[in-house]
Design a protein around this ligand. Structure first.
Ligand code: NAD
Length: 279
């Protein structure tokens, strides 16, 4: 059965497919094949970043699939080393050259890097690029509540979404509430726990068995029913399809509660955005 992703309405009135496709750690020369497979499966939302080094591969995959980029939702991200107004302008042009696009659907500040003291200047450049019509929607990634609030108060412009680490072992209940309070959608990176232990969790396995589904599909159905946007990554066509078919799976309220209960204080797998300062 052919599925279509539900759309999430952003605070600027635009729509983003709730299930997208991520390409973190996919080498540039393998990215085209993965993106082509994803598009042929039905995905219409691709998540890349300047630092992944595969924006060119993303474009090649789009062309290989024979789809007009205008019919896709494409996100890329401004790398930490390029924060600041002028650097953002330059880095944006570079990304757009690699992606071969005139207009980008969504640009994100990749990490807040609070210790740099630059995210407010960076955001000014985002606002300017949006005014110039070069970006449709602007957002952030890895922004703790405190920095999200500061950005909104300083600029008066609310990001459309905050892309954060989020999976059953680290479900970000608090930050989701903050995002929602400001009308900021929550997008999950590492939605499958980056391929870690969560994919063999016994509680998830029991739920998967009951639905004759895979654990990955259960997790992705949980994301969808929670209302988060998820961008699972795989380079394996059968898994790309398996993840897409999670759109046909609906969990009960009781099952959702069981998955919510798996979150733990030490469940974070990646860096803490409050202190992250790498370039
Ligand atoms: P993920 O949670 O999507 O996990 C990906 C891994 O899970 C794969 O490499 C594979 O090992 C495994 N996997 C995928 N499908 C599977 C299946 N059906 N069955 C079994 N195993 C499966 O992790 P991710 O790639 O880190 O995150 C998704 C996307 O989020 C990235 O590709 C990237 O676009 C984005 N991301 C953003 C940030 C950020 O700082 N903003 C950080 C990390 C990732």
């Amino acid at each position: 059965m052919a599925y279509e992703s539900p759309l999430t309405t952003l605070n600027d009135g635009k729509h983003i497919p709730q299930l997208g496709f991520g390409v973190f750690k996919v080498p540039n020369d393998e990215t085209a094949a993965a993106v082509k497979a994803a598009i042929e499966t039905g995905y219409r939302h691709i998540d890349t970043a300047a630092v992944y080094g595969n924006e060119e591969g993303v474009r090649q995959g789009i062309d290989a699939a024979g789809v007009d980029p205008k019919d896709l939702f494409i996100t890329t991200k401004l790398w930490n080393a390029n924060q600041g107004y002028d650097e953002t302008m330059r880095a944006f042009d570079e990304s757009m050259g690699k992606l071969g696009l005139d207009v980008l659907d969504l640009y994100l500040i990749h990490w807040a890097c609070p210790s740099f003291g630059l995210y407010n200047d960076t955001w000014k450049a985002f606002i300017e690029l949006q005014k110039q019509g070069r970006i449709t929607s602007i957002g952030v990634s890895n922004f703790p509540a405190e920095n999200l609030e500061d950005l909104i108060e300083t600029s008066g412009v609310t990001p459309v979404l905050n892309q954060i680490e989020l999976h059953p072992y680290f479900n970000q209940a608090e930050l989701r509430v903050t995002n929602t309070k400001y009308g900021v959608a929550t997008e999950a990176w590492g939605p499958l726990g980056q391929g870690g232990d969560v994919l063999s969790d016994p509680a998830l396995e029991a739920i998967a068995k009951a639905h004759d589904a895979s654990i990955a599909q259960v997790i992705l159905a949980w994301h969808r029913q929670l209302g988060t946007i998820a961008i699972p990554k795989s380079v394996t066509p059968s898994r790309i399809a398996e993840n897409w078919e999670s759109l046909g799976l609906t969990l009960s309220g009781e099952e959702i509660e069981k998955i919510n209960a798996l979150s733990r204080a030490d469940g974070r797998g990646g860096p803490d955005p409050a202190t992250a300062d790498f370039k």
